[in-house]
Design a protein around this ligand. Structure first.
Ligand code: SAM
Length: 238
């Protein structure tokens, strides 16, 4: 899968792209990431990518011209442009079903905002999908873009050491529940013991215990997930 990132602060991605899981995925040629500096497309005499808002008010707005021309160059329409995403607190909230959809793509282009955000004509001309991390405001879209990359690459076959990890994860396709509690050595710490069932080696019992724990945790913390309609088309046939 190929990611193209358009940002005013390319250096923010430098450390992140070297992070071990992503770096390994890049080495294995499962993932490609290209970071583009929006300033390279600024064409006025001061190389400005932002300007004061018409109508007044605080802050600066990212100009339409550099963004539109950058995207036209970065993202050729043929043969497969993939999805164009603009990070925005006003967008659809990122969740696991959306991550699973994005992981099916060959290519994602992510536009990161700053300051007061974008001139509205960026959206009117490019028609990106606006995606939000949640109902709060970040200083820039880079952290949100990393959240998309991080969650999407986990689902690309070959990226995780053990593919079952992503299947068991909270919110994942097939159950959409919170994951069961996990334990590792030592068996006892400060009077707290690992549940006996996990030490017995009976896989059926372990599966049943995990399922029950997962349901109970979800009921207590996120009952809303239990009431959501299933997205599994085969569910009613079972
Ligand atoms: N004035 C904008 C508003 O009220 O909608 C917020 C601008 S914010 C300070 C600057 C940039 O950070 C945005 O253009 C966007 O790219 C990014 N950003 C901020 N909050 C975000 C969120 N919750 N999810 C995704 N991106 C976000």
């Amino acid at each position: 899968m190929r990611f193209d990132l358009l940002t005013l602060f390319p250096e923010i991605f430098t450390g992140y792209l070297g992070e071990s899981l992503l770096n390994k995925a890049i080495d294995k040629q499962l993932v490609e990431a290209h970071v583009h500096n929006l300033r390279n497309w600024a064409n006025d005499k001061h190389n400005r990518v932002d300007d004061r808002p018409f109508g007044g008010g605080p802050g600066m707005v990212i100009r339409v011209q550099p963004v539109v021309e950058a995207i036209e160059q970065i993202r050729p329409l043929a043969p497969s442009p993939g999805r164009l995403i603009l990070l925005s607190p006003q967008g659809k909230t990122l969740d696991q079903p959306l991550v699973e959809e994005l992981a099916q793509e060959q290519r994602l282009t992510l536009i990161c905002g700053r300051y007061e955000g974008f001139d509205q004509r960026v959206i009117d001309l490019l028609h990106p999908e606006e995606v939000s991390l949640g109902d709060f405001v970040l200083n820039g879209g880079e952290v949100a873009a990393m959240a998309i990359i991080d969650s999407v690459i986990r689902l690309i076959p070959g990226v995780l050491g053990d593919e079952q990890s992503a299947v068991d994860d909270s919110f994942s396709e097939g159950n959409r529940l919170l994951e069961f509690p996990q334990y590792t050595r030592p068996r006892e710490y400060r009077g707290l013991s690992v549940p006996e069932v996990l030490l017995g080696g009976n896989h059926q019992e372990i599966l049943a215990w995990r399922k029950q724990q997962s349901l109970e945790k979800t009921r207590v913390r996120r009952a809303d997930l239990l009431n959501k309609p299933s997205d599994d088309p085969n569910e009613n046939k079972r």
